[in-house]
Design a protein around this ligand. Structure first.
Ligand code: DAH
Length: 344
């Protein structure tokens, strides 16, 4: 009988140290000890070998062993059930609304540039682009701004230090040169892009900004075509109530040249800081392409004429969105950028 008691002691140790993390492991414990072929049944079967005078004492021990195994089974089961309960509490609540994914917005300069390009595309202009790092010829020489021409001073230029015959383009008029070099008339292009000037950064000036250039060359293109095209553009861009005026001006690459003003959208023409109390805001330079410029690209000025114009995108943005500090466009402040939508 001594042996049987030792065996029970060993089983008890095994039962105490038994752990179960899953329901399957709890069930394995039940089968091992409490199943119909389990060890508890096994041990109970030993009763028949116990001498009669010890049966009572052994009966108590065996019963206590059975309860010991059942207790352990109950507590293992409870622990696993509770853990499962916890994990249900922790699980994601699928009925909650999802966390929003913010949709990005277009930069105000992109919105305006796309709008300008679309308006001219609808008139049959096609998109053209050129490099931001240019040579002297395409930026100045070809556009009738020879070396030492005083008009070069109008645009403070960034030169590339390794090779001063290269520069950062000061205007998108360089794209006109690139187009006339590669295309034959009729030419009708709209050229948006970034330009650079060596200016101190402030609310009103920046070392880079954006322009859109237009160029139309064909037989019989007149100043009337220039005016009508730009009238149409302004109405599409700003609406029918905006007033327009042309002022004679000077650009080396156009003759005659004109600047175009529109009535101030901020004060409605009454006078404010933006229009410097004149009621008018300049939005672009324009003119008939200078015969010399046409000749530079082998285009016969006796057969072909053309008009060109260039406008600053920031200025149009300022009028459309009332942004009064140019630095905002390149600071990437989301509080600023998130206020613009393509529909406006
Ligand atoms: N390139 C000029 C500037 O940056 C703008 C300009 C004026 C462009 C007259 C033109 C034009 O095409 O005809 O100030």
């Amino acid at each position: 009988m001594e042996q049987l008691l030792q065996q029970i002691e060993l089983y008890k140790q095994d039962i105490s140290s038994y752990t179960a993390a899953t329901a399957a492991e709890v069930e394995a414990f039940r089968i091992k000890y409490l199943g119909t072929k389990g060890l508890v049944k096994d041990v109970m079967g030993e009763m028949k070998n116990v001498p009669n005078d010890q049966k009572k004492q052994f009966g108590l021990i065996l019963n206590e062993f059975k309860l010991f195994a059942e207790d352990r089974w109950n507590s293992l089961k409870e622990a696993v059930d509770n853990a499962a309960g916890d994990s249900i509490d922790d699980a994601i609540d699928l009925t909650l609304p999802g966390s929003p994914v913010n949709i990005g917005t277009r930069h105000p300069l992109s919105i305006v540039r796309n709008r300008v390009v679309d308006i001219f595309k609808s008139l049959g202009f096609s998109l053209a682009e050129g490099p931001e790092m240019e040579d002297d010829w395409h930026n100045f020489g070809a556009m009738n701004l020879p070396e030492n021409h005083p008009a070069r001073d109008m645009q403070d230029t960034f030169y590339i230090s390794q090779n001063p015959s290269w520069l950062l383009r000061t205007h998108t008029s360089s794209v006109q040169a690139r187009v006339m070099e590669t295309q034959k008339p009729p030419i009708r292009v709209i050229c948006p892009g970034r330009v650079y000037r060596n200016e101190t950064i402030s609310a009103r000036a920046h070392c880079f900004f954006h322009q859109v250039e237009g160029l139309y060359i064909d037989e019989n293109v007149s100043f009337a075509d220039l005016k009508q095209t730009l009238y149409h553009f302004v109405k599409e861009m700003f609406g029918n109530d905006v007033k327009i005026r042309f002022r004679p001006s000077y650009f080396p690459f156009t003759e005659p040249s004109a600047e175009m003003d529109i009535s101030c959208l901020i004060c409605g023409g009454d006078g404010c800081n933006v229009c410097k109390h004149t009621g008018w805001v300049e939005i672009l330079g324009s003119g008939m392409v200078h015969p010399k410029v046409l000749e530079n690209f082998g285009i016969d000025p006796n057969k072909y004429t053309g008009f060109a114009f260039g406008m600053g995108i920031e200025r149009i943005c300022q009028l459309k969105y009332r942004v009064n500090d140019l630095r905002l466009y390149s600071q990437n402040d989301l509080r600023f950028l998130q206020q613009f939508t393509a529909a406006t």
